[in-house]
Design a protein around this ligand. Structure first.
Ligand code: AR6
Length: 174
């Protein structure tokens, strides 16, 4: 699937239109990629997130909201809330797929061409990396088959294991 690429690195330094954050339901920043994004974006991002939280309340698991980019040189940031891994029988797979699908939907509705995802839920939220990679890849491939936007999806991997998992899956989708 030529519209998908897999790279290693820090999602805050990519040349894309929109980056996805692995956020928490309160949109209040945290550790992992969320911490890196808030650190790079500066205090304006937290203000925007707090305003959304004040207006809408918590962002349900599997849903996503969009903000401006603060100081990060992209057009927008999508904050998606992935599931906390609880053993697999709490609809974690469906909710993780929803987080990817709803992020893609938001990006498409704003006309964005290039989007980058981190491996949502696979850090602090404890989702097993191989299963999460499979869901990420199949959800994105299904979406791209049916939509012209976003045109390009980048899976931004922060560790070698995640990179190898995505690379292997991508070869099987070609
Ligand atoms: N660029 C790309 N990927 C990264 C970066 C980065 N700069 N930093 C970490 N990762 P996590 P979660 C990878 O824990 O599991 C926060 O506190 C990381 O190696 O960031 O969805 C939120 O506020 C892993 O592969 O997100 C929530 O409370 C992936 O990003 C909670 O953590 C996701 O790991 C969300 O947990």
């Amino acid at each position: 699937m030529s519209r998908i690429s897999v790279i290693s690195g820090d999602i805050t330094s990519l040349d894309v239109d929109v980056i996805v954050n692995a956020a928490n339901a309160q949109l209040q920043g945290g550790g992992g990629v969320d911490g890196a994004i808030h650190h790079a974006a500066g205090p304006e991002l937290l203000e925007q997130c707090s305003a959304i939280y004040r207006q809408n309340g918590a962002c349900p698991t599997g849903q996503a909201v969009i903000t401006g980019p603060g100081d990060i040189p992209v057009k927008a940031i999508i904050h998606a809330v992935g599931p906390v891994w609880q053993g697999g029988d709490h609809d974690e797979a469906g909710l993780l797929a929803d987080a990817y699908h709803n992020s893609l939907q938001l990006a498409a509705s704003h006309g964005y061409q290039r989007i980058a995802f981190p491996a949502i839920s696979t850090g602090i939220y404890g989702y097993p990396k191989p299963a999460a990679a499979q869901i990420a890849m199949s959800t994105v491939c299904d979406f791209l088959r049916n939509h012209s936007l976003p045109h390009q999806v980048v899976f931004c991997c922060y560790d070698q294991e995640t990179h190898d998992l995505y690379q292997h899956l991508l070869m099987n989708y070609d």
